[in-house]
Design a binder for this molecule. Structure first.
Ligand code: ATP
Length: 449
């Protein structure tokens, strides 16, 4: 669908020239010569960009009319993207307009190419503003119904929350490390929500999901014509998070060749979009996360040390669930209550002996796996109290559980599953595992089972 652009100017020649230039490039253009028409036009059409003259009364050149109409437009639609048309050399007025919320200004007489590129950028900004506001509403909804509450009052989690509280008060770059499902995303959101940027967007980007060939255009944006198929300009993820927090998840997946480009942009806090020439400043708080051993990636020359220095001003390591077993009963109770409410089931209980078994389970997929299995148990259980089978610990792996490929994790969960299957009979468990009882004891001790 072509973007709708409204142009309001009392000079009909200006209207005609702008209409021709923009319509030729695929915009759907509406014009008006009297600003009084603006409210009615805005009620009828959803304009992605409004181009507004500064002076409408003959002989008046101080621009107050433009500023008044800018304010009215923004009252009507706070997300409206307005570009002001100013007389040549009236930079002071243009600056005032931008302080009052205009996106940009264009001086008369303009160069058509500049007009088209300014309007294209403005359309993109409006689009990403709407996306971000949708994302914000989704985030809010998710945290309300999914409980972004961070559960865990044991010493390991208290240490994490203490760090979170300290970094939230600053704008420092944070690196969150931990196995899959330990809550890296949750902690990143918590830092954002507790920071001064909480009213601005929190924009998560999965670095593993961006193909190398699209890295620059996705992150830094691109200009129209930058590559085949770039039929309009687009801002990148960094600018889309402007004013808020950019959360780069799976940072270990950034291709090595792209790392110096990201480093430069983070150092200078300025970027040039693909195919562009001008530098644009941005203002973001950066949080990164990884489940990889980043030091190992550096040793293997797959991650740059200087980029790590840039992103890990403060590092927050998240403990695996095995390392904070004390929180497991609390997490089970929390999710049990949450899913019983969600699925309108009566209060399902976990007996103390099952609680003990679940606390001893190694949970290779960490909190995500625990949450997922509680949800399944609540949906499928015949009644209260819940039984071990309701948790199907034997198939207890979560979709995203990459740490499951770790041999030690596999051994540990294999042993826990065998003990589970033999209902605590260790001779039988050793038999199932094809090892001696003594070896089983040794391994149980090793894994704290
Ligand atoms: N301490 C916690 N309290 C409550 N819920 C938690 C906690 N930690 C994690 N969760 C929940 O577990 C699930 C997985 O958490 P999250 O996505 O934050 O993990 P992650 O470390 O980012 O995982 P991945 O590395 O796979 O992206 C989410 O539903 C999250 O809400």
């Amino acid at each position: 669908m072509s973007p709708n652009v409204l142009i309001v100017d009392d000079n009909r020649d200006i209207l005609a020239a702008a209409r021709i230039a923009l319509a030729q490039t695929g915009f759907s253009v509406t014009t008006g010569s009297d600003p009084e028409q603006i409210p009615a036009l805005m009620a009828k059409t959803d304009f992605q960009v409004i181009l507004l003259d500064m002076n409408f009364t003959r002989g008046v050149v101080h621009g107050e009319e433009g500023l008044t109409w800018l304010q009215k437009i923004r009252e009507n639609d706070p997300a409206a993207v307005v570009i002001l048309i100013t007389a040549y050399g009236d930079v002071e007025l243009a600056v005032r307009a931008m302080q009052n919320g205009a996106y940009d200004f264009i001086q008369k007489p303009w160069d058509n190419e500049k007009l088209v590129s300014t309007v294209s950028m403005a359309v993109e900004l409006g689009r990403s503003k709407r996306e971000v506001s949708l994302l914000k509403r989704q985030n809010q909804f998710l945290s309300e119904c999914n409980g972004t509450q961070v559960i865990g009052s044991g010493p390991a989690m208290r240490k994490v929350l203490d760090l979170v509280e300290k970094v939230s008060r600053t704008d420092a770059n944070v690196l969150i490390t931990g196995e899959n499902g330990t809550g890296k995303d949750l902690i990143a959101r918590l830092i954002h929500d507790s920071s001064e940027r909480s009213d601005a967007p929190f924009l998560p980007v999965d670095m593993g999901a961006i193909p190398e060939s699209l890295f620059e255009s996705e992150m830094f944006g691109y200009e129209r014509g930058a590559f085949t198929g770039a039929d309009k300009s687009r801002i990148g993820r960094i600018e889309a998070a402007s004013g808020g927090t950019l959360f780069l998840d799976e940072i270990g997946n950034i291709p090595l060749a792209q790392q110096p480009k990201l480093l430069r942009v983070l150092e200078t806090r300025e970027l040039v979009s693909l195919g562009g020439v001008s530098r644009r400043a941005f203002d973001i708080r950066l949080i990164c996360a990884t489940n990889s051993d980043i030091q190992k990636l550096i040793e293997d020359n797959r991650f740059r040390q200087d980029l790590l220095y840039r992103i890990n001003t403060v590092e927050i390591p998240l403990p695996s669930l095995r390392e904070r077993k004390e929180d497991i009963p609390e997490l089970l109770d929390h999710f049990l209550q949450f899913f019983c409410r969600k699925y309108k089931r009566p209060d399902l209980k976990i007996t103390p002996s099952l609680m003990e078994r679940l606390t001893e389970f190694p949970w290779p997929g960490n909190v995500r796996e625990l949450k997922h299995l509680v949800e399944r148990a609540v949906i499928l259980a015949a009644g209260s109290p819940l039984k071990a089978e309701d948790f199907s610990l034997r198939s207890g792996v979560s979709e995203k559980n990459i740490s499951n490929f770790n041999l030690e994790n596999r051994e540990m969960s294999g042993i826990a599953e065998a003990i589970d299957a033999s209902e605590g009979n260790l001779s039988r468990a050793a038999e199932l595992l094809g090892i001696s009882r003594a070896t089983l004891y040794r391994k149980m001790e090793k894994y704290g089972l």
